[in-house]
Design a protein around this ligand. Sequence first.
Ligand code: ATP
Length: 361
Amino acid sequence: MKKLNIVDNSGKLFYIGGVVRDELLGRASFDVDIVYEGNAIEHCSGFGKVVRVNPDFGTVRVKIGAEEIDFASTRSETYPRPGHLPVVDKIGCPLKDDVFRRDFTLNALAKSVMTAEIIDYTGGLEDLKAGVLRVLHDRSFIDDPTRIIRALKFSVRFGFKLEEHTRKLQEEYLQNINYDMCYKRIKKELMETFNLNSQEAFERFYDEGIYKLVSPRGIVRPAVNVSEIVNIVGVRNPWIVYVGVLDLSILELTKIEQRILKDFMELRGQKFENDFDIYKAFSSVAPETVAMYGVWVDKAPVSRYVATLKDIKISITGEDLLALGIKPSKQYAEIFDAVLREKLQHPDMTRDDEIRFLLTL
Ligand code: ATP
């Protein structure tokens, strides 16, 4: 855990949430969340140079030495519109109330900055030991359905199980989804979950009906190993490969993501007759689209493309054709294709072989 370079004897400063969980699990944590039980803006601004203040949430960013650290006031929240962002109820509430706005017991642990004591109001320590994800109250998924995807993410990341009652609450919610929800957060959680490239996440997402949060249309999970296909194609952030077959129109997709899906829709009806068809189709689209074809349509041409065809390139260029007295025209593309078709069958062809071949055309 990051050591704070401050002197504070208030006993009201706590590490909270993921950072405490990760330390207890012996894992690295990326961001450190710190709360002050009371008004953090008043109490923490003196720790260094104030960089930013947000009075609506009672947060303050302070530069201490070379580092910028965020301090939050404890706050309680309510969900007047289930599925949307909560509203702040009280800033500077008791730590206990701040803890109860959180998602799972293992994310509701606090650790005193002063004494290093762990404060556990919800049974998080026991659940952490037992490898269990448990919500803090029965309305948890109704208030915030993104927690269903967060549960999948954490359970895959840590190898944890959903506690029985929590699983029932998930099932109940998935049978009665309120689609009026904040999809920006759903997208963020989908990305974080499926960028783990986990086959287990894939199977559970479809088998448990979690996919219905995005699109109610029924879907049958193909019996393929997505994680393996993602690896052989070499997709770095594969989330869209896992979920791109759903109707994602409700998520705000970037131009690149839209292109991946559009190319996939165009490709999905295609059957390939030969290596040339495979090469032409896959070499002009993103790796995500190639992997999607492998997962949702047919793995065989993708394996063939990756293992044998992908790195084959013709050596001749327009300059070679010009030197041979062929004037630039549409014919160039036809010649390049003819040479490529030949080279895919004879990958050892040298540049001279290619020229000899094109002269026979
Ligand atoms: P990660 O390691 O994936 O970043 P994290 O637990 O640190 O996991 P954050 O999304 O950074 O996750 O959230 C920090 C803390 O805020 C969580 O540990 C949890 O206590 C709380 N939190 C985050 N998202 C929610 C949510 N949707 N509902 C309730 N509490 C949440």
